[in-house]
Structure formats: C-alpha cells, structure tokens
Design a protein around this ligand. Structure first.
Ligand code: NAI
Ligand code: NA
Length: 395
C-alpha cells in the first residue's frame, strides 16, 4: 500500500511508519551533532512516545548514555489501520538505542492506572535497579481514576469567552475559533487530568517501592506564554492545570527531601506537537512565533529544547538553573521582549488573506506532517509498504 497523509481538522488520522523512523533518526543525529553531557544514566519517561517526552528520551539516551523505560498509550496495527505514530516512534527509538547497547523498554498502557505503576516498578527493579530521573510528559484529554471514574480535560477560557482566528490544518486556511468559558466542574476536571496530582502519586509510589536512587530528580513540562496568549492558555482551563502542576513540584520536592531528591517544572517554549495543534487559536501564534524566532536565529524544535534543558540547565555542571519557584525557564528565548514585540506586531496584521506571507505556516505544516512521518528527506513515499511487515514489529 501507498500511504498519503490524512488530516482531519487539526488531527492526523494516519502516519507513515518508515517516515516515523526517519524522524526519530533525525532527532538522534541532532543530538549526536550537539555532543554529550554528564547526565542521568537510568530514567523513567512517562509520556515517552512523542513530542517533548520522546525528545527527552532521545536527548538522554544519545546525549548522556541513559538506559530508559518509556510509558505511552499508543495503538499498533489492526483491522482499523496501521496504528499511531507514537507506536512506531517507540519501536524505532528502541532499535536505535539497543544498537548503542542501551536499555530501552517500552510499556504501553494507561499511565494514570495503578496497574501501570506496578508494572513500571517491576520493570525498574528488573532492568534498571533504580532511576535517577523521572520525566513526566503526559498530554491527555482523559484520566480514569482508580475507582473507574472517567474525568475529561477541556480547552476552554474562564470568566468570559475568547475568540480569534485559528488555523485549519486540513484546509490550510484561517477560520474564526472561539473558546467558551468553562464551568467550575470543567476547570476542576482539567486540573485533575493535566495538573500534578497523578505526577505526585507516581513519585510517592516509586519512592515507597525503593525505585528512586539517592538524589533522584523529577521534571514535568509546562507552558506559560506571553500575555497576548493568556486568555487562551494561562487564564484558560489548561493554565489552571499548569498552576496546579507548579504547586505539585513544591509538594513533591518536599516529599523527596529526605532522600536528597528534587522536583522541577520545565516551562517550555510553544512548539508544534500532537497536543498543541489541538489548542484553539494557539497555532496562529505558533506560526508567527516560528517566523520571528527563525529570523532572529533563536528557533528551537523539541529536540533542541530538550538538549538545552538537560545538557545545560539541569546537568550542565552549574547545578539546576531554576527560578525561585522551581521553574526551569526554557521559554526564555520565546519571551525575549524584542521577540514578543515583533510577534505582537505581526500577529495584529494577520488576516485570512495574508497569513501565509506573515507567519511561518509552511514550517508549521511541515513540522506537523513530520510528527506523523510525512515529508521527511530520504523516505521513498512512492514505494509500497507491506502491512504484514509492520505486524512483525513489536514495541
Ligand atoms: P504529545 O501529545 O506529543 O505527547 C503526549 C504523550 O503522552 C504521548 O507519549 C502519549 O502516548 C502519552 N499519553 C497520553 N495519555 C496517556 C495515558 N493515559 N497513558 C500513557 N501515556 C499517555 O504532547 P506534548 O506536546 O509533548 O506534551 C507533553 C507535555 O508538554 C504536556 O504536559 C504539555 O502541556 C507540555 N508542553 C507542551 C508544549 C507544546 O507547545 N507542545 C509547550 C510546553 C509544555
Ligand atoms: Na510527550
């Protein structure tokens, strides 16, 4: 079969398995070109199959020689289709890491469940002994609580509605989008799914099971963004969840104090991922930001952000470079005042007619397609793929 990209709204409905391999290898090559750092050797990554979690795993394995266990919720090939990009990312990452002699175990299942916590604890004992770092990088719309209750996160504003131009990836067009104000229940539910409660449960369980090495650290990922995006992010439901995540870092830090451990939040820059493409209006900001940061030479992708996080701000030999609130500011270049002034000026001029000439929508589309294995150099997209060969691959 020959696989063409199928985008619906802002969701990719398929992926190209061999393109995913090229994308993983591209990230590995960028790490190799950057050089090594003296980082952790045994790492658990929760949310490891795409976006920041995958980039973290690649940076740590190929930059610091780390053995890793990665948890993700992904779909393999079936009657319904070839499976998800993250499924293949896991496979290609493991193959490349094992070639380097590294442990790279993939656990597929629900990271919010106690059974996944137990499975991970057993795997850590068996394969790594203990871990020196836990990366928490989940992005999810659903959390199933231990009693079976389903809680859903929503992307809404709070207080008053917010509207603006959004980007329709499917039709390459700007369209009006709006965020309705969330109810109190919706805010609470979003905090339950995307806040820090589950992160804290993880760290408690790992500590009690003796899986954390002395001095172990943990980091979760957050976003704050410039004031111009506050109505749709920081002051939206997701912003409340991130606020809770930040508070959880303080609580977890205290929890780890007895064993010399620390908890941090890395506040990252806005980037195209499966999760961020889904946030109303934000992709227009993203395309304008990419335009400006590329012009200024400060643009970074997921892998560059994670190399700078681990290689410089966490394990660069100067201690962890965080502010007084346990936040590691990876959004420093995004929030640079000159960058933001240029972004604001451009963004104000964007219309459904001129957007392609003002923002880097070409780059945004290219990055989005690459997340799903499309448009990568060195891949023969005309060569038919034999589905049975994919069934033989295992995470
Ligand atoms: P992503 O969608 O690329 O990755 C999410 C990961 O979570 C995947 O590995 C997925 O398999 C896993 N996952 C989701 N539900 C799961 C479940 N129930 N059990 C096990 N695994 C599950 O998203 P992205 O963008 O990498 O997000 C990761 C974190 O980074 C999020 O907390 C996000 O808010 C944060 N972040 C993202 C930014 C962006 O611009 N993309 C900016 C700053 C922070
Ligand atoms: Na991730």
């Amino acid at each position: 079969m020959i696989i063409q990209p199928h985008i619906q709204g802002c969701v990719a409905r398929n992926c190209h398995p061999l393109g995913c391999r090229a994308a993983v290898h591209e990230q590995i090559e960028r790490v190799r070109a950057t050089g090594t750092f003296a980082g952790p050797k045994r790492v658990l990554v929760i949310g490891a199959s795409s976006g920041f979690g995958l980039a973290s795993r690649i940076a740590l394995t190929f930059g610091s020689g780390a053995d890793t266990i990665g948890i993700s919720l992904e779909r393999g090939p079936s009657e319904k289709g070839l499976g998800s990009a993250g499924w293949y990312n896991n496979i290609w990452f493991r193959e490349a890491a094992e070639e380097e002699g590294r442990v790279a175990l993939n656990l597929i299942g629900d990271a919010f469940s106690d059974s996944m916590r137990q499975q991970s604890i057993m795997a850590i004992r068996e394969r790594l002994g203990q871990v020196d770092l836990v990366v928490y990088s989940l992005a999810s719309a659903l959390r199933i609580l231990p009693d079976g209750t389903q809680v859903r996160s929503v992307l809404k504003s709070t207080g008053s509605p917010f509207s603006g131009l959004g980007y329709d990836l499917e039709h390459d067009a700007l369209i009006p989008q709006s965020l309705d104000p969330a109810s109190e229940q919706e805010i609470r539910d979003t905090v339950s799914v995307m806040g820090g409660e589950d992160w804290q449960i993880w760290m408690q369980a790992l500590a009690e099971a003796g899986c954390l090495a002395h001095g172990a650290q943990t980091v979760a990922y957050s976003y704050i963004g410039p004031e111009s995006t506050y109505p749709l992010y920081r002051d939206g439901t997701i912003g409340y969840a991130k606020e809770h995540l930040h508070a959880s870092a303080e609580a977890i830090n205290l929890q780890l104090a007895g064993m010399g451990g620390h908890a941090w939040v890395a506040v990252c820059k806005a980037l195209v991922t499966k999760a961020s493409a889904f946030i109303p209006v934000l992709p227009v900001y993203l395309a304008v930001l990419m335009q400006v940061m590329k012009e200024r030479g400060t643009h970074e992708g997921c892998i560059e952000q994670m190399m700078r996080l681990f290689g410089d701000k966490m394990y660069g030999g100067r201690g962890v470079l965080a502010d007084g609130h346990r936040l590691i500011r990876m959004d420093d270049w995004e929030l640079d005042p000159h960058t933001q002034a240029a972004v604001a000026a451009l963004w104000a001029r964007v219309t459904p007619e001129n957007f392609r000439t003002l923002g880097d929508f070409t780059g945004l589309r290219r990055d989005f397609l690459a997340l799903n294995g499309f448009g990568l150099a060195g891949v023969d997209y005309q060569a038919p793929l034999e589905p049975s060969s994919l069934l033989a691959l295992h995470p």
